[in-house]
Design a protein around this ligand. Sequence first.
Ligand code: ADP
Length: 474
Amino acid sequence: MARLGSWEIDLVKETSYWSEITQNIHEVDASYSADIETGISFYPEGKHRDLITQKVDECILYGTPWDVELLMITAKGNLKWVRAIGEGEFVNGTCRRLYGSIQDINDRKVAELTLLKTLEEKNTILESIDDAFFAVDRQWIVTYWNSQAEKQLGPHKDKMLGQNLWEVFADSVNSYSYHKYAEAIETNQVVRFEDYYEPMVRWYEISAFPSDSGLSVYFKDITHRKLTEIRLNELNANLQKQTKELAMSNAELEQFAYVASHDLQEPLRMITGFLTQLERKYKDVLDEKGKRYIDFAVDGAKRMRHIILDLLEFSRVGRTDDKLEKVDLSELVSEIEILLMNQIEEKSAVIHKTNLPVIGSYKTQLRQVLLNLIGNALKYIKAGIPPVIEITAKEFPDHWKMAVADNGIGIDAEYFEKIFIIFQRLHHKDEFPGTGMGLAITKKIVESLGGKIWVESVEGKGSTFYFTVEKTKE
Ligand code: ADP
């Protein structure tokens, strides 16, 4: 045994002996001689000195030998752990001699204490974390079971420590977790997974870390999250189903509008044709009333034609094979100005377009949107006030926001949404002509390009129609 020194004290002759190692351990030189008091004084006051004093006293009085681990302060002031062993020699019931050995156990003791401290720290951590934690050795014997594990899995630590995990949780043998833990050990890889534990009616998120000594398992109760997730998935599935149904009924409706408006054109052409014939061939026979009736009928047929054409257009939105291209909005508005030249001149309208950009989009569809909005701005004007129309564009990171503002009659806030619905009009045809389809078509186009359209307006002052155009990645 390393660094084991011997000593003895003759209580009768009052002499003492310390071997060289004993002297070395105490860090004294060869001339040093000690008695009981000086020997004891090497141990710091308090716990350690009290213990050795008690042991020596007990030995002298009752002959009880001692073997204790103590902290000593050497002559040079160094702290050191020693194992102190001693016993007494008795003659006629009186202790005459004390002798024993002393061993430097500092390295082992410090290592032991450090380990103990680490373990204590680990315990403190494992008990204070919100996760449940347990550890098993390679034979599935439970070596650790923290208080959260007690709470979440049921059994108390005292029931678990030293037990085989699968004997206590026999109902979980062959469960998903069972196979995952085995996988972690076999592959020596961390596994993370979610599992449902029926007896506790709970979902857990589990991480299992394999090591040479076994498996460390952390788990968290995620029941709440999981139930929300399941509910959300159900809702999502429902929503998808509904969206699909809606898309189907929408497609059917569009198909119906297309077929109806397409097929109505032929009989309408017939009506208009025969009415024209009637007017031409029988105008001499007809009286004024008869001629007026024919005029009404022709007018009605004309309006019907407009409605049918608008409906056809509405049903066709999104079906075009318009190409994505660079659209110069300023040029596009100029084209529209030419189309609407008569009205512009007739009403002395002024159209301002400031800094309109070139954007990547679908020209035909954008033209239709702007044509409808500018057309309305020219139509819904205040009597005697020349229309002033302003067209602007504002850039955002992922879209452009366009605005068409006028100084016309304006719209009551109550109708801001309604006007975008098919056939919804706020005026009689004699006041302002129209079918009530323009904004519905416009909205459908804007939305088919991924944008939004809305209006802001003050009745009697004017309206501003806004719409957005998604930026495309060309
Ligand atoms: P139409 O012009 O054929 O009636 P729209 O769908 O284009 O159909 O417009 C629907 C209604 O919205 C119009 O009847 C009108 O009352 C109102 N409206 C549209 N544009 C304007 C505008 N610039 N100023 C005031 N009212 C408008």
